[in-house]
Design a protein around this ligand. Sequence first.
Ligand code: BGC
Length: 777
Amino acid sequence: MDGMRRRTLLAAIGGTVAAGGATEATAATATPARATAGTAGGDMARQARPAADRPGPHERQIRELLGRMTVEEKLGQLQQLTWNGETGPGGGQDEAAQRDARAGRLGSVLNLYGAARTNALQRLAVEESRLGIPLLFGLDVIHGFWTTFPIPLAQAASFDPAVAARDAEVASAEARSNGVHWTFAPMMDVTHEPRWGRIAESAGEDPYLAERFAAAKVAGHQGRPDGSDLPDPRHIAACAKHFVAYGGAEGGRDYNTVDVSEARLRNLYLPPFKAAVAAGVATVMASFNTINGVPAHANAHTLTDVLKTAWDFPGFVVSDWAGIREMTVHGHAADAADAARQALTAGVDMEMASTTLRDHGARLLAAGEIAGDRLDDAVTRVLRIKHLLGLFDRPYVDEDAASTAPSRQARAAAREMAGRTLVLLKNERQTLPLRRDTASIAVVGPFGDSTDLQGTWAGPGGTKFPATTVLAGITAAVPAARISHVRGVAADGTDTSGIAAATAAARAAAVTVVVVGEPSAISGEAASRSDLRLPGVQAQLVRAVAETGKPFVVVLIGGRPLVVAEWLRAAPAVVMAWHPGIEGGHAIADVLFGAVNPAGRLPASFPRAVGQLPIHYNHENTGRPYDPDNKYTSKYLDLADGPQFPFGHGLSYTTFEIGAPRLSTDRISADDLRAGRGVDVTVTVRNTGGRPGDEVVQLYLRDPVASVVQPVRRLRGFARVALRPAESRPVRFRLGAADVGFWTNDSAGRFVVEKGDIEVYVGADSTASGKALLRIT
Ligand code: BGC
């Protein structure tokens, strides 16, 4: 509710990509922070490094400033208020924000943007408050500010982290010039739950893919890991969210309980955060869920033991929206003061929207219920990021230089990146690509002429700059064709009266493009679904078009894996286009007519039915894995085994052959791995078809005997390789300790590399059969 309301208000205030030619991919070396194998050291100290010990260019100034601050001013730095805008309904915190900025009792403001408006508020803090500490302006810049790129799940489908980096670069420059210093992105919650609407914001079901995308996006927003690019007007501070295990919400229902073993926490949910910290992420956001009975906002184990102590994270932790106050609702805090005490003590540094710390901090401090050192540490962390951003030197933005609309280059980047995210799910008898000389095309379905292609969390540009529709994209791609458009059915509802007109259009055309899917409004936060089929009567439309017997293709719009079983067999070709962003219509047309050869791969399994959820490729084997001839094995009696489409699946207009994996050595000792040595895995990939295209070569591992049972497959490398017809290339992956080892259930954090065989699979999706054996001695 909160989120929806805020976004409506937000709308109201107005307010070098390699062409896929990578030939070498590193697996272990991509995660340097995790290189230590064996024991990764205890996390138990529950004492982050004291602020005074940390070297850094601004630490002396920060200490000096801290020495001059009153308790109220310190607590003020830990407060973020939300800006609801002049035109928003009452209940906003605008007046409080202005008053507190003047009084030097405010650290940050959420949801205010625009050069003149941020400068005006900043002036109150810098010129009227006693110490002149600048405000930090934060906004959810999730996949674009003016220029909306595809949703993050789509970006992950590109299997090309450069796509995320490009989005972040474009968005950062647009946002910073409008006074925004800080985005609440990237979201990196691994999830096995497509019912969960927030899967749209994530990289899907795999921690390694999420790691790579998290690191790329942090780099795109922030620049170099040491923070030295942050004063630059093209960069903004990033926020790794939501810490942690939010994607484990039971039943995929948003905000729901998470109960997770230490091993799963560390192997599945924590790795992307660790990669973000290694990439220098400035801030981390706590998550709404409980973790094993303790709200993430009061979780000293995750916030302090792991994040701040073991990983030595120097930035600050922001709460999620009212997440501190909600601990009273969770049943963990007696009242707001108790919530404030628990959150600060556990390691939250800044409070978003609720005001428990500001309201009760001074009394808690006087009573000895929160520690002065902890308060100073939290303030230091906030001031450190303000310094890194250069706000003490340049608190204002140049009002004449503010970006006001997507530039031509930004649009071109959004179109190119969107083209890299589309997944060709099915293509019988080479139905796609469509011929450019097709005389007549019918575009039918509720998304054929819809601008609802931007997806959840489209930024301020989402409402101001509508997306190019599929109809417009097709019209521009084949201007000579006769194009008809019939909506047929709405995105939701039960009215089937328009289907006859749609089938008439299909009969009259040489080919029909059926554009169906999920509106943005049922994807994202607070948008869990219990039914993943096409909403309304859209499936009926697809079947009716199929019954005409005329050629057609289906373009699927959506923010999550959908259940397509009711109509899949009837459809000769299906493209998953996700919520592709501002240039969506052009990007879809590029793929439909072959200007772009699709090479996206699924970052999350497509289920056959909701009843089999969770279904994910990285599951454990069980003692009774599926056997069609044995009733007493793990299965559903009324459903075929496995997903509709597996993780990593995606077709191309050309064909590829991936050779057997070759290892540089088939034996390596655990000691050698721990010392940083590795094993190279090489395959040859060849374009065996008639068109240029990209193959995504994927490497998976299986550890068949482990002290903590391991998933049947784990992605540990991928490379998107561009190949001309008949061209072949070697692709090399390097495996190290971080790839073959795993975290145990030891709460102090123990990463082990165990002796025994590791199965190495390389191929075109998570069912890859090309295999080699590596023995760890
Ligand atoms: C979401 C966060 C978001 C915050 C600020 C919350 O409801 O969970 O992801 O950053 O709102 O808008």
